[in-house]
Design a protein. Structure first.
Length: 132
């Protein structure tokens, strides 16, 4: 539940806690979030419909392009590879002599990363990206 303060027909504050008692101008508000198509849309800025009771906080929706999605997928693949490299590097400097950097593990992660990025780059549609 949200509360909005309306002054001069404009929302001047929006709280997610009960406003102070006795202070005028506060109304209850609810969020209106349209359904999103996963991985293909995202929410944008919101607006207030103060003609409704409770006031509606209405979120906009924008389509995500396949190119933008590819960028995000490449970033995720890079982060996964980096995590493997960092874990192997950590082994080299930890307090346990039996744990050591494993170049084969890093090489396998690098190959998986490069294969993933090549597949992402080759995709041209959301359906092709979904299949990955």
């Amino acid at each position: 539940m949200f509360f909005v303060k309306i002054e001069n027909n404009e929302v001047t504050q929006c709280w997610d806690t009960q406003p102070p008692r006795g202070e005028s101008g506060w109304k209850s508000a609810i969020e209106v979030r349209p359904a999103l198509t996963p991985n293909r849309q995202q929410y944008t800025a919101h607006s207030f419909d103060i003609t409704k009771d409770p006031v509606e906080i209405v979120w906009g929706v924008v389509d995500i392009t396949a190119e933008d999605r590819k960028g995000g997928m490449r970033s995720q693949a890079a982060a996964a590879f980096q995590q493997v490299v960092q874990e192997e590097m950590r082994k080299e400097v930890d307090d346990f002599p039996e744990t050591q950097y494993n170049a084969a593990t890093v090489d396998a992660a690098r190959i998986a990363f490069e294969t993933r990025v090549t597949a992402i780059n080759a995709a041209t549609t959301h359906d092709e990206l979904d299949a990955l």
